[in-house]
Design a protein around this ligand. Structure first.
Ligand code: HPA
Ligand code: ZN
Length: 347
């Protein structure tokens, strides 16, 4: 049964919209890059690195996640990181990705912005060429750094024109509300970037409202805490604001007590445009297929629910209308081959 579910999910064309490239750094590659760059790691081996991943909340995870990034130095390192993810994505039939990267994590260590972008974009272009995986790259500002630093990062990004499609906001949420970044997001909107923001993961529903009203977010990353505010939930549903939900991440970072208590199904039943994503799969124990399977098993999702989630992943993407409908058609053909009708959930 579970194998059937897994192969159904695996074959289903999907988009991934909430994925931190730095969060795909598997310990094996971390050690390989550390060796190549002569960097000492605080772990004796791959197994002890994995064993150290015993975080209890967002901040304890972020401490390890940023430490792991120290091995990323050259353009080739960023290529290898991105390429390793794309190999997984191709295996999982991910047809479109909108990954995040955190420029400040690297520029703070003296790595040039251009080095980071060049490696990532070269891999994404190869992924498009070899696997037909389309992409829109999103750079995220670290909300626990200053708005001035975000502003400098935006200035860097403008030099890379078409390579960066969107701007996001991530890192430690509590105590760093969206309004701190009003000015830099206004500048990003003015420069034509798509806008997304992490909100309502650990932070309260008011951070979701702030992300929408103050930053102009078109999509909310996580957003699970919206359910604490009925009016906000109704607004998100009515305006079809996409929420990029990450089930395994929420369990690992104790945003929810366990998968059986994950609000994904409640969110779907509330009419929200929710998508399933993997966030930082090297750290949270599973890539995209595993997130769908774990949520489906714990919450009793039907094949129809799963198809609706895959369709939603393209609806919520920044693809243009033509390619978006083509991808949704692919999902519907896959569903029909299994005897399911996939219906677009557009109102
Ligand atoms: N939340 C905030 N910042 C992040 C995350 C997350 O889940 N993953 C990587 N940076
Ligand atoms: Zn995230």
């Amino acid at each position: 049964m579970s194998d059937d579910l897994r192969s159904f999910v695996q074959g289903l064309p999907k988009a991934e919209l909430h994925l931190h490239l730095e969060g795909t750094l598997e310990p094996e590659l971390m050690f390989q890059l550390a060796g190549r760059n002569g960097i000492a790691l605080p772990y004796a081996n791959v197994a002890s690195a994995r064993a150290a991943y015993d975080f209890t909340d967002l901040q304890s995870f972020l401490d390890l996640y940023y430490a792991g990034c120290s091995v990323l130095v050259t353009e080739q390192d960023f290529y290898d990181l991105t390429w390793a993810y794309l190999l997984r994505a191709a295996e999982e039939n991910i047809r479109h990705v909108e990954p995040f990267f955190d420029p400040q994590t690297h520029t703070e260590r003296g790595i040039h912005f251009g080095t980071v972008v060049a490696g990532i974009v070269r891999a994404l272009d190869d992924g498009q060429k070899h696997f037909g995986i389309s992409y829109r790259l999103i750079m995220s500002f670290l909300r626990d750094m200053s708005p001035a630093s975000a502003g400098q990062t935006l200035e860097h990004a403008k030099r890379y024109g078409r390579h960066i499609a969107g701007v996001g906001l991530d890192s430690a949420e509590l105590g760093h509300p969206p309004e701190d970044f009003e000015e830099v997001f206004a500048a990003a909107r003015g420069a034509g970037y798509h806008i997304v923001a992490h909100a309502g993961e650990e932070g309260p529903p008011s951070y979701i409202t702030g992300a929408l009203d103050i930053l102009g977010a078109e999509r909310i990353d996580h957003g699970v805490r919206c359910l604490e505010d009925e009016l906000l939930t109704a607004r998100l549903a009515m305006d079809r604001v996409p929420l990029t939900v990450c089930p395994l991440s929420n369990v690992r970072l104790r945003v929810v007590p366990d998968m059986a208590h994950h609000p994904l199904k409640t969110m779907m039943d509330s009419g929200l445009l929710v998508t399933v994503n993997s966030d930082d799969p090297a750290y949270f124990g599973g890539y995209l297929v595993e997130n769908y399977v774990a949520a489906a098993e714990a919450l009793g999702l039907t094949r129809g629910d799963i198809v609706a989630l895959a369709i939603a992943s393209f609806e919520a993407s920044f693809l243009e209308e033509g390619p978006r409908q083509e991808r949704i058609g692919e999902v519907q053909r896959h569903a029909a081959a299994y005897g399911f009708e996939g219906t677009a959930s557009t109102l």
